[in-house]
Design a protein around this ligand. Structure first.
Ligand code: NAD
Length: 496
């Protein structure tokens, strides 16, 4: 790692391991098959790490460990002890965040400058789950003849959770599962993406330092169709929390039918970001641009369809192009980079092919559109790209690209904007930029999507949460409803 002089000693020592094994029952365990997978640093295109290539046998071993832990000493922990554990974890992550973001940056390509800004969100999430731990409440009803009968409901942890994680932000994303597992008293087997597993493996070790008992959180790495499928299909896994593509979500629904697992599914999106003529363009331009370009477009709720009212489309476009020009594409460990590479060679090819499709379908490429050459030429860098004159009939206006490609779709009135926004099979995010509150609320009510932002983009408060509708999935992420995946309700009838 000579070229990465900025790497901390801890990150360097972790990344130098010959093989990154599974974490099962508190131990680093090689794959039963002995096979490994090579992961690549997307900034350089060079091999980064060897991961254990987990399969059914490894998943089974991890599920057994999680089940033992669920029935064992962990089941005697009080909610306050679990809350205190979450507080300790927050302190440790706060201290070790720089090491973790360096590992994440090398593994999935997001610039450290961006990852650094995500620390408050992570700490907020842990604080939220800490509060959930101590607020697991049922109800009491006195509906019978007074003094003779009482009924109550209890909330109990469901058991073993299978957590399947995508590559586009595993460091923070895993805590939607880990936080809820620890708050509820469940245990889990996590299966991170084969493209970016390292921050999940490192976090598992840090959690042990914080005092998470062995077997409560296990990590099995490997391919989705092997380890991921085995987890979704395992008869002793009670529920699955999955974040990833809609296509994989469908496979998981089928595999999990074996024991009727309840699922929390956070899937893909094609969100519409609606800029009205009365928007404050000083805010709307950077807001809409970073609603797509942040994380190089690899965000599920990226506002990739930017709908702009026709009377301001020229001014908006000119200012958007000027803003895009200020973005600095570069390697993830370079502090000056604001835009990193996309995750892999197949993803690079996919993004570039969508740019060709956009051109062929008649959209006007206004900037970018190429792989970055020169000294970044070995990494998977795509220039931030803007298309004008896009319509919802074009594939770039309908399909999830998951790259730094922004489409501008002009509209005449707000009703038309709402209709365009709703003409999508997805329903994840969306925004409206307007200085008129009644216009903004009309759009908020009109757009059929799980989350709407007004005059901002991408802000998430775990108390409120976010989730999808239509092909973007179901099951809340955040809010007290999040815990529904991890708890079941038991009705108790008391004869007094
Ligand atoms: P993906 O669906 O390819 O993979 C996600 C995870 O599922 C990985 O761990 C993978 O190994 C596993 N997997 C793949 N096939 C599987 C199978 N047959 N059975 C079980 N597990 C399997 O998604 P990705 O490419 O890692 O991530 C990008 C996608 O995730 C995009 O569509 C994006 O919109 C979506 N995403 C959604 C959210 C959200 O909150 N809605 C957040 C982030 C990403």
């Amino acid at each position: 790692f000579e070229q990465n002089s900025a790497l901390s000693e801890r990150a360097q020592s972790f990344l130098s391991r010959d093989v990154h094994h599974h974490v099962i029952d508190g131990q680093r365990v090689p794959a039963a098959s002995g096979r490994t997978l090579t992961t690549v640093n997307p900034s350089t295109g060079e091999a980064l790490a060897q991961l254990a290539a987990g399969d059914e046998a490894d998943v089974h071993r991890a599920v057994e460990a999680a089940r033992r832990a669920f029935k064992g000493h962990w089941s005697t922990w009080t909610p306050y002890q679990r809350q205190a554990l979450l507080v300790r974890i927050a302190h440790l992550l706060d201290e070790r965040f720089e090491e973790l973001i360096q590992i994440e940056a090398m593994d999935m390509g997001a610039p450290v400058s961006r990852l650094r800004t995500t620390k408050p969100a992570l700490l907020k999430m842990l604080s939220f789950f800490g509060s959930q731990a101590a607020n697991i409440a049922g109800e009491t009803l006195m509906n019978g003849i007074p003094g003779t009968v009482a009924t109550m409901t209890l909330k109990a942890p469901v058991g073993v959770i299978g957590g399947i994680i995508p590559w586009n932000g595993p460091l923070n994303g895993q805590f939607w599962i880990i936080g809820a597992v620890l708050a509820s008293g469940c245990t889990a087997v996590l299966k991170p993406s084969e493209e970016a597993s390292l921050s999940v493996l490192r976090v598992a070790e840090i959690l042990q330092e914080a005092g998470v008992p062995d077997g409560v959180l296990n990590v099995v790495t490997g391919l989705g169709k092997e380890a991921g499928h085995a987890l979704a299909a395992h008869p002793d896994v009670d529920r699955i929390a999955f974040t990833g593509s809609t296509q994989t979500g469908r496979s998981i629904i089928q595999a999990s039918a074996v024991n009727i697992k309840k699922l929390q599914l956070e899937l893909g999106g094609k969100s519409a970001d609606i800029v009205c003529a009365d928007a404050d363009l000083d805010k709307a331009v950077p807001g809409a641009a970073m609603g797509v370009f942040a994380n190089s477009g690899q965000i599920c709720f990226a506002g990739t369809r930017v709908l702009v009212q026709r009377s301001v489309v020229d001014e908006f476009t000119e200012r958007l192009l000027a803003f895009t020009d200020t973005l600095r594409v570069g390697r993830s460990l370079d502090d000056a980079s604001t835009l990193g590479p996309v995750i892999s060679r197949p993803q690079l090819d996919k993004v570039l092919s969508y740019i060709d499709i956009g051109r062929a379908d008649g959209a006007e490429l206004l900037c970018g559109g190429q792989r970055v050459e020169g000294e970044l030429g070995k990494g998977y860098f795509v220039q931030p790209s803007v298309f004008g004159g896009v319509t919802n009939e074009m594939r770039i206006g309908r399909e999830e690209i998951f790259g730094p490609v922004l489409s501008i779709l002009p509209f005449d009135d707000v009703d038309e904007a709402i209709a365009i926004a709703n003409d999508s099979e997805y329903g994840l995010g969306g925004a409206v930029w307007s200085q008129n509150l009644s216009t903004a609320l009309r759009v908020v009510h009109g757009v059929h999507t799980g989350t709407m932002w007004v005059n901002c983009y991408g802000y998430i408060d775990p108390m409120v949460g976010f989730g999808g509708t239509k092909l973007s999935g179901y099951g809340a992420k955040g809010s007290s409803a999040h815990m529904d995946t991890y708890l079941y309700t038991k009705s108790v009838y008391l004869q007094l």
